[in-house]
Design a binder for this molecule. Structure first.
Ligand SMILES: O=C(O)CCC(=O)C(=O)O
Length: 283
């Protein structure tokens, strides 16, 4: 995996906002190659009858079988995004989940509907909202342009990864108060990294075209990979480079060091300092 340096400005922006836009993370050719795969996966959904009056009918969140293609395997080590994830988390990560999200057009005149604001991976259900750690980062790759308001891109509550409480909403409203709700404007090929703790939600696509994204989530290796992530069988793993193999979960034993990404991080001078179990103190 080629190296990209996480700049101080990018790190600060991610810490502050909980998300970071990487323009042109995918070439136009890569977007085209991915669309051939994703449109095939979404074929039944794309061929359904139009029901613009039911926004919930128009959303596809498809997970299994996405890693069976050279173009999606390549995406696991995208050099414009994944090096930044390694620098924001650590080399001790793997691919946690993949998802294809398509939204067909819904009637722009529909009343505002209840949304699904949440933090990822349900971690607060066990740990609560206070001192919640950053344990995963999702990369959302745009396969279509998102140039207008309500174009179908996930909405984010800026900075809410730092909140130590549930979102507050006025009764009957669909969005939180006292926090900026971001409906970002991106181009096909752009990527958006976001922190597992940031509050975000799906929202209807009120444009007249289908919106399409691919999401790849990375987490620490001590977090179980999602059941839908179809890891290739161990024999097939041999065909991939060491970093891809690590990210696909090659080191099953959690105590095995993250050899491949550690070597990569050392080579590129971004190996984090070791955290000791004990330190010597003066008598
Ligand atoms: O469908 C969407 O835009 C929201 C996606 C989402 O909530 C997620 O990836 O956790």
């Amino acid at each position: 995996m080629d190296f990209s340096q996480l700049t101080e400005a990018q790190k600060n922006a991610f810490d502050q906002d909980g998300f970071l836009v990487i323009p042109k993370a995918l070439s136009a050719e890569a977007v085209t190659a991915l669309l051939i795969i994703t449109d095939t996966k979404a074929r039944a959904f794309l061929d359904k009858y139009d029901v613009p009056s039911k926004a919930e009918y128009n959303q596809l969140d498809f997970r299994p079988g996405l890693l069976k293609y050279p173009a999606t395997i390549d995406l696991i080590t995208n050099p414009n995004t994944v090096p930044l994830v390694v620098q924001l988390l650590s080399p001790n990560i793997h691919l946690h989940s993949t998802a294809l999200i398509y939204k067909r057009p819904s009637d722009p005149g529909l009343p505002k509907m209840r949304r699904g604001w949440h933090r990822d991976i349900r971690i607060p259900r066990d740990l609560g909202h206070v001192n919640l750690p950053r344990v995963g980062i999702k990369i959302c790759y745009c396969l279509t342009d998102f140039h207008d308001h309500d174009d179908g891109l996930t909405l984010f509550a800026r900075g809410s990864q730092r909140f130590d409480k549930p979102l507050e909403m006025l009764k009957g409203e669909v969005d939180p108060v006292d926090v900026e709700v971001c409906d970002l404007k991106l181009n096909a090929g752009d990527a958006l990294l976001f922190d597992n703790r940031i509050y975000h939600t799906a929202s209807p696509n009120r444009s007249n075209r289908v919106s399409k994204v691919l999401m790849f989530c990375y987490s620490y290796r001590w977090m179980k990979q999602e059941v839908y992530l179809d890891n290739p069988d161990p024999n097939a793993l041999r065909d991939y480079d060491p970093v891809t193999r690590q990210l696909l979960g090659e080191y099953i034993d959690i105590d095995t060091p993250a050899w491949a990404l550690q070597a990569w991080a050392k080579k590129n001078n971004v190996m984090p300092d070791a955290v000791p179990w004990h330190v010597d103190i003066e008598h």
